[in-house]
Design a protein. Sequence first.
Length: 419
Amino acid sequence: MTNVLVIVGAQWGDEGKGAIVDFLAEKADLVCRYAGGNNAGHTVVVKGKVFKFHLLPSGIIHSSKINLLGNGMVIDPHVLCEEISTLEKQGFSIDENNLAISSRAHVITQNHIDEDLNKGGKVGTTGRGIGPCYTSKIARTGTRMGDFVAAEGKFADKLKPMVTDTTHLVNESITAGKKVLVEGAQATLLDIDHGTYPYVTSSNPSAGGACTGLGIGPTRIDSVIGIGKAYITRVGNGAFPTEQGTPEEMEKEEKSDSCTEEDISRANSNEDYFVGKVLRRQGREYGTTTGRPRRCGWFDVVAMKYAIEINGMSAVVITKLDVLSGLKKIKVCTAYEIDGQPVKWFPPDNNTLSHATPVYESLAGWDEDISSITSFDKLPLAAQEYVKRIEQLMGVPVAILSVGPGREQKIVLDSKELL
Ligand code: GDP
Ligand code: IMO
Ligand code: MG
């Protein structure tokens, strides 16, 4: 039985973690964030209404859940207060009964933000002060939420009732048999230790971070599920072997949610840039936090298998399958070639990865709009074959398939590892 389930990003972020957490939150008693801050942008769509969360866990719109911001997070009090007020204006009540903020989480200050804006260009950070705040934490010069709310101030006064010892709360809940859903932010390939350093974030978004970032022992986690898109995207700089088109071409492109017949036809004639453009536009691949266009590419099994190992994933969720509709051929990267040598394992450094040429397997695509399909066997055969093939290549089961942003657009294939 799964009581404690950790959801992690398996790629470079924006895999649809928020939407899956919202879908699974129904059965959870607690929904907990453990890493990162408002560099995250998690989108949840319920009955056509769009919610964008940066700090609040995606369980917050389910009344009666406790939502928890763990000690591993870095919190900008101003942004958190704004996020709370936005929801309050929409009729949600947020207080100490449904939100607990760790007194040990670190506070992002204006100095952190200024420093990030000045120095984050090379990495392409979100400019939210994340790296500098974690730097202060490690240098032992930071301010924690407990100290922040001890002093008076507009934001401190608002947040004070919710700031508490969340470590005890989460452990006590697990001991009492409560269902705990743990929401990762960022993703494995952005992990400060395991990602494409230095083009990474400054925390451990991978599953190990859930232990340190919440104060729970590894033995308390029952299951880890990784979320991956049916293709892959990246925002910011760094190596990206299966990228279609270049960042320079992308920068010149107009932001839009639709592509022309010519875009699709040129994508189907194997013009890389147009494959990227079709994925970006059909997938609405523009950042939730910064609005930046996302670099897009084919599904990368090498990266996925690495993420499966690093996180000890027992299952994966594949999102945005609907976005591939209209592409005649869908490619999957099964290995890399680096300096003329075949490589099946994700290289440990960004420089080596930047020399990787993907080895592709081509699969048949489908034309149908699949966004209202609710069972696997109703999907076009080519879509079924695509999912079965990546499942076989990854070696772990696909627990959920997502065919649209909405709560109702999730197809459960294997519920064993779910709450
Ligand atoms: P997160 O950071 O991992 O939570 O992902 P984001 O919310 O940043 O980005 C995912 C985007 O894709 C959001 O705009 C979601 O509404 C949307 N989305 C999630 N799942 C699906 C899906 O299966 N199909 C489509 N078309 N969009 C999806
Ligand atoms: P969610 O949770 C995608 C990327 C930034 C940059 C690098 C470092 O929505 O998936 P930072 O501001 O963290 O110091 O930036 O990490 N990045 C993300 N990319 N999704 C995210 O979060 C990200 N959070 C950080 O673009 O390349
Ligand atoms: Mg996001």
